[in-house]
Design a protein around this ligand. Structure first.
Ligand SMILES: CC(C)(COP(=O)(O)OP(=O)(O)OC[C@H]1O[C@@H](n2cnc3c(N)ncnc32)[C@H](O)[C@@H]1OP(=O)(O)O)[C@@H](O)C(=O)NCCC(=O)NCCS
Length: 136
């Protein structure tokens, strides 16, 4: 089930991020929003994005390893698109590591196009800037 994050999800999300990436709960600001995929009592996917007036940015998307390739990320992004279109957001952008081929394929499948290389965007690696228009 795709739904908005609730504060009661904190422990489940934190555990998933720790298990999958060894990272802590993300830093957020007033533009941040979160969607999750809940299965039974557990969170198996999370999408963190920011909305700044007419544009949005994906901060990250993560699906638990054993639940991948079951359209969970697709459902999270499609739910985000629905919300953004209702809010009159015009474009969504993101940066992805040059080495992260699964994520690049995924984003292309979701209608994103590569528009630029961000040199050394990550510590020792270039980032690819990808953009998708929502309103023509
Ligand atoms: C990228 C990620 C979010 C995709 O989640 P998912 O729920 O497995 O994705 P979906 O099932 O909705 O979509 C599957 C699509 O993703 C792409 N994809 C997923 N795994 C892939 C792989 N190992 N190799 C190539 N493409 C892959 C393909 O386009 C695939 O579509 P297809 O089966 O028709 O070829 C997931 O692999 C993940 O959590 N990765 C680690 C975190 C990450 O890299 N996040 C993105 C950067 S912030």
């Amino acid at each position: 089930m795709i739904r908005k994050y609730q504060t009661s999800d904190y422990n489940s999300v934190e555990k998933m991020l720790k298990d999958e990436f060894n990272i802590s709960f993300p830093q957020e600001n007033s533009f941040s929003r979160k969607l999750v995929c809940a299965k039974d009592e557990n969170i198996v996917g999370i999408l963190l994005y920011s909305v700044m007036y007419e544009r949005a940015e994906i901060d990250y998307i993560c699906v638990k390893k054993e639940c991948r390739n079951k359209n969970i990320a697709t459902d999270l992004i499609n739910e985000m698109f629905t919300i953004l279109i209702q809010d009159n957001v015009e474009t969504v952008s993101l940066e992805v590591r040059k080495s992260n081929i699964p994520a690049q394929n995924f984003y292309k499948k979701m209608g994103f196009s590569e528009v630029a290389i961000r040199s050394n965007y990550y510590k020792n690696e270039d980032g690819i800037l990808m953009v998708r228009k929502l309103i023509k």
